[in-house]
Design a protein around this ligand. Structure first.
Ligand code: GLA
Length: 387
């Protein structure tokens, strides 16, 4: 791929002289959904697909950006002073948000650049293509201008820019996974403290398969921000008696004995999901360490049901994928993954049954939904890097 993107750069900018190539991956979350901004735990892994950038420094202050995924937009030209307010075309607001955040923190762009982006994450799949562009841009600027920023800080810069430049109040999971990913490992991250641990994913005879509904998750941003607000309201009501900073601080027992403080039934359901999902995530990682894939899978299914019924971020297409997969022989666990309202399910299945499961679920999905789902076997890769 390195050669392919370099070649593209040559086609767009004339030649490849003096260019370098960077990569940041997308992610899939195995369990722990909508827990990160509630101060809970998540368990994502970085993928081997993601976003590439080819970049070359210039001698002036011109910044040119081009995305092969939005080739119709052509080359976008700006400069060092104006790159921090660039918003059009839409995709540019991701790199621009990162340049804005970095400039605010004293890591400004010091020279002009020609940049080509190319992503091989299916668009709208909820596999964190935007986080990968953010982490990629941050890392690239840090490396090019010798800022040597820690990768966790690169993730935080990405999250800050997404929250404050793009108006999506996401948690830290996606940017963290893209920055800190490790081949064949998932990351058990405490989103409240950013303490993390790598857990090897050695699933003998089993595979992780992502199932894409191919439904774009357009509602995602506004509904996401609403869920976040509802959790904050629940927290405020709980603090009528308790003194906690996040829902993630509560055990199930503590939640159950205080839940009557949440007088709004919607907020109560949201908080219930946040607390139970956090506890499931902790239990799931323990199960994985004990090689208890059956239990891990059972918790995945409970996670889906909670996201569907209590958090209400699933949709018909995700539910169909989950139910049809769950019916098959050789399936350990399956659940929606990511923000919801479309995007993907993630499953753990018997290697031997892979073909049969994909065929069966694929057919049932077309019959019920009217268009095809896509299936990808997951390879877990490293986080952001220069290639
Ligand atoms: C999106 C956000 C993450 C996380 C997930 C839900 O991917 O970017 O921070 O909240 O949704 O778990």
């Amino acid at each position: 791929m390195k050669e392919k993107v370099r070649e593209l750069f040559g086609k767009v900018y004339g030649d490849t002289e003096g260019s370098s190539v960077y990569f940041a991956p997308g992610r899939v979350n195995l369990i722990g959904e909508h827990t990160d901004y509630n101060g809970g735990h998540v368990f994502p892994c970085a993928l081997t697909i993601g976003t590439y950038a080819v970049v070359r420094l210039r001698d002036d202050d011109i910044i040119r950006l081009y995305s092969e995924n939005f080739a119709g937009d052509g080359i976008v030209t700006t400069n060092i002073a104006e790159c921090t307010s660039l918003r059009n075309p839409g995709w540019c607001s991701y790199p621009a948000g990162v340049m804005w955040t970095m400039t605010e923190r004293g890591y400004s762009v010091k020279k002009g650049m020609d940049i080509l982006y190319y992503g091989d994450i299916p668009p709208g799949a909820g596999l964190s293509s935007s986080a990968s562009i953010e982490v990629l841009t941050g890392y690239m600027i840090s490396d090019l201008f010798g800022y040597n920023i820690d990768k966790v800080d690169i993730a935080l810069i990405g999250q800050y820019s997404e929250n404050n430049y793009n108006g999506m109040n996401c948690g830290i999971m996606d940017q963290f996974a893209s920055a800190m990913g490790k081949e064949d490992h998932a990351m058990f991250l405490d989103a409240a403290t950013l303490e993390y641990e790598y857990a090897p994913i050695k699933l003998a005879g089993k595979k992780i398969v992502i199932m894409n509904t191919n439904k774009k998750h357009s509602l995602c941003d506004s509904e996401y921000n609403t869920r976040r607000r509802e959790c904050e309201q629940a927290l405020e009501m709980l603090n009528g008696r308790l003194n906690i900073k996040t829902l993630g601080e509560l055990t199930i027992e503590e939640y159950e004995s205080n839940k009557e403080l949440i007088t709004d039934s919607v907020c109560e359901k949201r908080a219930r999901h946040a607390v139970y999902e956090n506890s499931r995530t902790i239990e799931a990682v323990k199960a994985l360490k004990a090689n208890d894939i059956e239990l891990f899978g059972k918790l995945m299914k409970e996670s889906h049901i909670s996201l569907r019924d209590d958090y209400e971020v699933s949709c018909r297409e995700l539910d169909i994928l989950m139910e049809e997969t769950d019916k098959c022989d050789g399936v350990y666990g399956v659940r929606m993954t990511g923000g919801g309202f479309g995007g993907c399910c993630v499953s753990i299945i018997d290697e031997e049954k892979e073909k049969e499961i994909i065929e069966k679920v694929g057919k049932a999905y077309i019959d019920k939904v009217g268009y095809a789902a896509d299936f990808y076997v997951v390879s877990i890769g490293d986080g952001v890097r220069k290639l």
